[in-house]
Write a protein that binds this ligand. Structure first.
Ligand SMILES: *[C@@H]1O[C@H](CO)[C@@H](O)[C@H](O)[C@H]1NC(C)=O
Ligand SMILES: *[C@@H]1O[C@H](CO)[C@@H](O)[C@H](O)[C@H]1NC(C)=O
Length: 213
C-alpha cells in the first residue's frame, strides 16, 4: 500500500511537471523554449475545450482604465522578477503564454488587471521569492478552459470582441463558466506576423462541447 501511494505520488509529480514543457509540442507557441501544455478535450467551430493541470505563475496586479495602460507596467514588474528581482537573484527563462485576467468593469471605470508569467518547469516546485512586494507567486488549480483563438494584435477592442463572441457561443450551448475571462498572448511585441492570441473562460462543472466536428 505504501509502495502504491508512493508510486501514485511519483506519477502525479511526473505529470504535473510535464505540463510545462517543450514548445515544439505546440504549433502556436514558438517564441519560448517552454510553454504551458494541455490536453485537448474537444474542438468545435466556435471554441475548443482544454484541460490544464495545476501550475504556478508569477503575477502582479495593476489598477487601471484599460489593458493598454496596465499591461506595460505589469509586464515590466514581472520582467524584472525573471531577470533577477528575486531572493537569489536568479535569471528565469521567459515562457508562454502571458495571461491577463481582465476585470469586470464598465468602460469608464478603473479595474484590477492581473498579469501572470508561467514559471518554467525547473522553478515550478520552488519558485524564487519575489523581492518586490507587488509581485507574488500564484497557483492555478487543474481546470477546463473554453478557448477562442484569434490573430493580430491583442487590444481592449479585439479582446472584448472575441470574449463576447465566445460567451455568446457558450450561452447558446448552455455552458457554465466563470464570469471573468483572461486575455492570453503567445508573442513578443516585436513579432509582426502569425500572431496568436486567445480568450479563456474557465469552465464550471463538466464542460460542454457542442458543435464539434
Ligand atoms: C525541444 O524539442 C526539440 C525537438 O524535439 C529539441 O530539439 C529540443 O532540444 C527540445 N528542447 C528542450 C529544452 O528540451
Ligand atoms: C490581485 O487582484 C485580484 C483580482 O482583483 C485579487 O483577487 C487578488 O487578491 C489581488 N492580489 C494581490 C496580491 O493584490
Amino acid at each position: 500500500m505504501i509502495y502504491l501511494t508512493g508510486l501514485v505520488g511519483f506519477l502525479l509529480v511526473l505529470t504535473a511537471e510535464a505540463r510545462v514543457g517543450n514548445s515544439s509540442q505546440l504549433r502556436f507557441c514558438s517564441e519560448t523554449e517552454e510553454c504551458l501544455l494541455f490536453d485537448l478535450v474537444c474542438e468545435g467551430s466556435e471554441y475548443e475545450v482544454r484541460q490544464y493541470d495545476s501550475v504556478k505563475w508569477v503575477s502582479t496586479n495593476e489598477t487601471s482604465y484599460a489593458m493598454e495602460f496596465a499591461a506595460p507596467k505589469a509586464f515590466m514588474r514581472l520582467f524584472k522578477y525573471i531577470t533577477g528581482e528575486n531572493e537569489n537573484g536568479k535569471k528565469i527563462e521567459m515562457t508562454a503564454p502571458v495571461v491577463v485576467k481582465m476585470p469586470e468593469k464598465k468602460f469608464w471605470e478603473r479595474g484590477v488587471y492581473t498579469m501572470s508569467f508561467l514559471l518554467p518547469a525547473e522553478h515550478q516546485k520552488n519558485p524564487p521569492k519575489p523581492t518586490n512586494n507587488r509581485v507574488y507567486i500564484h497557483e492555478t488549480p487543474a481546470m477546463n478552459v473554453y478557448v477562442r483563438s484569434y490573430g493580430g494584435w491583442m487590444t481592449t477592442m479585439s479582446d472584448s470582441q472575441n470574449a463576447n463572441e465566445l460567451s455568446t457561443a457558450l450561452d447558446k450551448d448552455n455552458a457554465k463558466y466563470q464570469e471573468t475571462h483572461s486575455a492570453v498572448g503567445y508573442n513578443s511585441p516585436m513579432t509582426l506576423f502569425n500572431r496568436h492570441n486567445e480568450v479563456w473562460f474557465v469552465a464550471e462543472g463538466e464542460p460542454v462541447c457542442l458543435g464539434s466536428n
